[in-house]
Design a binder for this molecule. Structure first.
Ligand code: CU
Length: 152
C-alpha cells in the first residue's frame, strides 16, 4: 500500500516537473526579440493609431485596380480607367496608416497619385503608363513585405 502511494507520488512529481519544463521553454520562445532601431514603445504608439483591420486585402484591391486601369486605358475606356484609378488611390489611402516606413509610404502615395493624375488628365500615353504601372507594382511588392512583417 505504502509502496504504491510512493510510486504514484513520484509519478506525480515527475509530471509536475515536465509541465514546469514545458512552461519554461514556452516563456523563452515568447520572449520579445531585442529592440533594434524600432523601439517597442514606438511600435505600440503606432499600433494604437492604426485602424483595427488587416491591410493585406487592400493590397489585393490595389493590384486589381492597377491591372484594370491599364486594361481599360488600352481598350480606350477612359471613364472606366478613371474610376479604377480612384479605387487604386482609395486602397492606397487605406493601407498608408498601417505603414511604418516613411520613405516607402511616400513612394507608394506618390506613385499612386502619378497614375491617377495621368489617367485623369486624359493623356493616355500607354507606354508611359505601363512604366508607371511596373514601378507601382514593385512598390506594392515592397509594401506587402513590409505589412507582413508586422502583426495586426
Ligand atoms: Cu497596421
Amino acid at each position: 500500500m505504502n509502496k504504491t502511494k510512493t510510486g504514484l507520488g513520484i509519478l506525480a512529481i515527475g509530471a509536475v516537473m515536465l509541465l514546469a519544463a514545458g512552461c519554461g521553454s514556452g516563456e523563452k520562445t515568447a520572449a520579445p526579440a531585442p529592440a533594434g532601431q524600432h523601439t517597442a514603445s514606438g511600435h505600440e504608439a503606432h499600433s494604437a493609431s492604426m485602424p483595427k483591420e488587416d491591410p493585406l486585402p487592400f493590397m489585393k484591391d490595389m493590384d486589381k485596380a492597377l491591372q484594370e486601369v491599364v486594361a481599360q486605358l488600352k481598350a480606350g475606356k477612359t471613364m472606366d480607367a478613371q474610376s479604377s484609378a480612384a479605387r487604386l488611390t482609395g486602397a492606397v489611402n487605406k493601407v498608408l496608416p498601417h505603414m511604418m516606413e516613411e520613405g516607402l509610404k511616400e513612394q507608394l502615395r506618390q506613385a499612386a497619385a502619378e497614375i491617377k493624375n495621368s489617367v485623369n488628365a486624359g493623356r493616355t500615353d500607354l507606354n508611359g503608363l505601363e512604366d508607371k504601372a511596373k514601378a507601382f507594382q514593385s512598390i506594392m511588392q515592397e509594401t506587402t513585405t513590409h505589412l507582413q512583417s508586422m502583426s495586426h
